[in-house]
Design a protein around this ligand. Structure first.
Ligand code: NI
Length: 433
């Protein structure tokens, strides 16, 4: 199998080599290197002044001002605090969307960096720090540099670049719309119509200087479900007088596990069902009338996703029925699968190799976390890849995960991300159609 992958990899690399002439490539590489310090400076600025989802007022304004200073046509605000920039190349060609997410998280930073966040706020009624604990600060900085470099090379661009600086990737506050879905609703993929979209995510747990990708399902669809089991109440001493919703719930939860372990073809793709909440009863000797539990469903393939949803309904209602109870199942679809178009992915591998070197580009396993870039990929083909930012001397098993107070990025990874984003954009423009 490994040989087959290597072969595919080489084929992909050979079929679409050298989209851009070496002179332009050298210029882009040089300009990227020349902007590295600026990218780090911008990143530190955003890191020090993080803003929560749908509250990225200063962040959005800062980005909009930068794009305007480059002579890029700017739409601001979009989807509350987002920024859309349009850069038209001198020559005709495709419309390429480049997306960076811009929001921070309610996490209190524990790093002692000079630019560590000291911002505090109230979130869901609790006092909390605010921190760019997922690295979106680096995404903004990289994309601002991409915009600056591409605007300098307008005459060599074949087509149009649409810069999409998107708020609320982490999810809008309760009761608010936001994120990629709202950007799309407000027309970000239209006028001009976006043909293809690229996005990246920095990773604290992968080697600095590396790039990683996966064709097909890359990050999971995240759907929620809740199940209410209704039985009949009785004294705990006389269970035969009840229809016990707690025992029925326990059976359903066990039954749900067999959907993944016995009924899902796991060699195709991974899938997860986790129950994270359960509630029933008020006193130890009363069998209650009702029980409630809720969980999350993670899938990487749309057909599997639909099938698992159906099986959850079937398993819950039939187990309940067998006990004389009822189960009401509610499934809410959330973020779709982050699906990298396989043909597009194969075409862009050489662009990643040019940025990081062949020995630093990795074909990786899927992630069961979700990413709202997926909403764009439902509409247009897209590629979402990963940029390593783990210091070389660190044990990968001890790295602080994303969304945690010690989350840390090795800033030397940003240049690789910048080069990769420039390469996929310009190479795509020069690709024979
Ligand atoms: Ni993130």
């Amino acid at each position: 199998m490994k040989k087959l992958y290597t072969l595919l990899f080489l084929l992909a690399a050979l079929t679409v080599h050298a989209q851009v002439n070496p002179k332009l490539q050298a210029k882009l590489d040089q300009q990227a290197a020349g902007m590295e310090a600026k990218v780090i400076e911008w990143r530190r600025h955003f890191h020090e002044s993080p803003e929560l989802s749908n509250r990225e007022m200063n962040t959005g304004k800062y980005i909009a001002d930068h794009l305007k200073s480059l002579g890029i046509e700017v739409q601001y605000p979009v989807a509350k605090t987002g920024v859309v920039g349009l850069l038209k190349g001198a020559k005709p060609g495709p419309v390429i969307g480049l997306r960076a997410d811009i929001d921070a998280l309610p996490v209190t930073e524990r790093n002692s960096l000079p630019f560590a966040s000291k911002v505090k706020t109230t979130f869901n009624g609790q006092e909390t720090g605010v921190m760019h604990a997922c690295g979106h600060d680096s995404h903004i900085a990289i994309m601002m540099a991409v915009a600056e470099i591409l605007s300098k090379n307008k005459n060599d661009l074949k087509g149009t670049v649409k810069f999409i600086f998107q708020p609320a990737e982490e999810g809008a506050p309760v009761g608010e719309e936001g994120g990629a879905a709202l950007m799309i609703k407000e027309g970000v993929l239209e006028n001009p119509k976006v043909d293809v979209i690229f996005g990246l995510h920095i990773q604290s747990g992968r080697q600095v200087g590396s790039l990683s990708y996966r064709a097909g399902g890359t990050m999971a669809a995240a759907d929620n479900f809740s199940i209410t089991v209704k039985g009949a109440q009785s004294h705990g001493a006389y269970p035969w007088m009840s229809v016990d919703p707690i025992v029925v719930s326990a059976q359903i939860i066990t039954g749900l596990q067999t959907i993944i372990s016995r009924q899902t073809e796991l060699t195709k793709d991974a899938a997860v069902i986790s129950v994270g909440r359960i509630q029933a009863g008020i006193r130890e000797n009363i069998i209650p009338e009702e029980a409630f539990f809720a969980g999350t469903i993670r899938t990487l393939d749309e057909a599997m996703q639909d099938k698992i949803h159906e099986k959850i309904k079937l398993t819950a209602t039939k187990i309940a029925e067998s006990a004389g109870a009822t189960a009401e199942v509610v499934i809410r679809r959330g973020t779709p699968v982050t699906y990298n178009d396989p043909a597009l992915t194969a075409k862009m591998i050489p662009s990643l190799i040019k940025a990081a070197g062949a020995n630093m580009v990795f074909n990786v396993s899927a992630i069961t976390g979700a990413e709202d870039f997926a909403f764009y990929q439902k509409k247009v083909p897209g590629l979402f890849f990963f940029v390593g930012a783990m210091p070389p001397d660190v044990d990968p098993n001890k790295v602080a995960a994303h969304h945690t107070p010690d989350f840390f990025l090795d800033e030397r990874g940003f240049l690789t991300g910048l080069k990769a984003m420039l390469n996929v954009t310009v190479d795509y423009m020069y690709m024979p159609k």
